[in-house]
Write a protein that binds this ligand. Sequence first.
Ligand SMILES: [Fe+2]
Ligand SMILES: [Fe+2]
Length: 331
Amino acid sequence: MHDEWCLKDQEAQLMILLALKKVGQKCIYHTQTSKDSWDCLKTRYSTGGDRRRRPRRRRDRVPDRGDPHRGSGGSVIRDVIGETLYPQLFAQAEVVRWRMQDIPWRRLDRGAVSDALRQLVREIAFSEMTTATATRRFLTDFPDDIDLTQWIAVWFYEETKHPDVLLRWLRQVGVVVDDRFVHHGRATAPFMRSRMGTLVTNVISEMVASTGYVALRDRSPEPVLGQIAGRLAADEARHCASFYQYARRHLERSRDPDRERRDALKILFMWFHSNELVSHPVSEFFQRHQVAFDITTVRDRVSRLIGLLIGLELTGSSDLGQHLSRLGAKP
Ligand SMILES: [Fe+2]
Ligand SMILES: [Fe+2]
């Protein structure tokens, strides 16, 4: 019951974040539940926008060596726990932590598992293997960002559980994988030179993953897999919100915010044109089985979120090339 509540509450928090303009988003950065978010917003707006109640501006300006667009700057974090994002994100993660033994393995219905479902889960587990490589890149490419790199440790732990729980499910239904599966799965696309681009890429991929798992949770013919997908969906939604906060912070502290906005928009533009979502294993599975998977809704949600991040009203049908031109970049 508590787990179900946590899952729904994380989704509710993400929906609140999506629905808010920039000022409102800042207001709920430090909340842990949707009720906290509502209370915070109530306080914020019932006092006529009293700025004294807003959280203190963070000051951990650090040299951004991994980003060629940034110069060096002074490093000032006077209170590592009080002035960074990760303690709150860590606290949120601790509240909703799930354990491998929480999965009701004994209820697994092998008769409901088709070869196509086995193949789907195998593909998803494979796509979840990239975190090990991505974590190494985060630690090497963002070495001066102690806030993000601290949180990446939490993210890495949680993401490691995703392929693991899927492989355990597969083993229960007769599928085992060897170490080559893991090695091949760990290969990932190189990081971008733009930190904003990297963060936005992760915002998008976490939201796509969350949407896919929600679909799997709702439509899985096997109940234990449905439960696993529900837990993963909640994790991914929270990861999306966390990367969003780091992207927002990066933009706020940038010496060239328009360049960051352009980088974010370019990522969205590329995602629109790469067909990545269409080739996602979950959507492919549903297409193969003539189950409607609403790609338009996912595009809309992703576009709205990135639009909120960079201060543009975007939808899934926005002309991103035009927006890029206005920001002074060629798509
Ligand atoms: Fe994941
Ligand atoms: Fe994730």
